[in-house]
Design a protein around this ligand. Structure first.
Ligand code: ZN
Length: 150
């Protein structure tokens, strides 16, 4: 057993076993693709935006346990949120995975706090979020974590 084992906490395991909102969203009006070549993770995010609000969200893709669990958790966090709220949540999540500090309010996002000890894995954890934020911007194109400074 390695330290990495500790990363796979209950929330992460659960999202891997039973991914939420996985699969194409037929009614999506925004789509973005995320690519993390360092680890080989792929993630598509499908959104149905109504005005400024995320009415529906789903993802599909393939890759390591962290990337897929994080994308699954991301969809549960962003559904029903506005673009502004989504950006705020991502800022919180980014803080958690890069610093390891847990948020003051209890949140499933804190399950990924252990990722901060494994810098190469931070891109796995943020992949789905990057794709979702790209989809929100309405610029349908591939995003890669290589072009982000985290
Ligand atoms: Zn990965």
């Amino acid at each position: 057993m390695s330290d990495l084992t500790e990363l796979y906490q209950q929330v992460i395991l659960d999202h891997n076993r039973r991914p939420r909102n996985r699969g194409k969203l037929p009614t999506a009006n925004r789509v973005a693709h995320g690519d993390n070549p360092t680890c080989g993770d792929q993630c598509n995010v499908y959104l149905r935006l109504e005005g400024d609000r995320i009415a529906e969200i789903s993802f599909d893709g393939s890759g390591c346990a962290i990337s897929q669990a994080s994308a699954s958790l991301m969809t549960t966090q962003l559904k029903g949120k506005t673009a502004g709220e989504a950006n705020k949540l991502y800022a919180d999540f980014h803080e958690i995975v890069t610093s390891g500090r847990e948020p003051e309010e209890i949140s499933d996002l804190a399950a990924f706090a252990g990722v901060h000890a494994f810098p190469a894995r931070i891109k796995c954890a943020t992949l789905g979020w990057h794709a979702a934020l790209e989809a929100l911007k309405g610029e349908p194109h591939t995003t890669t974590t290589e072009s982000h400074n985290d």
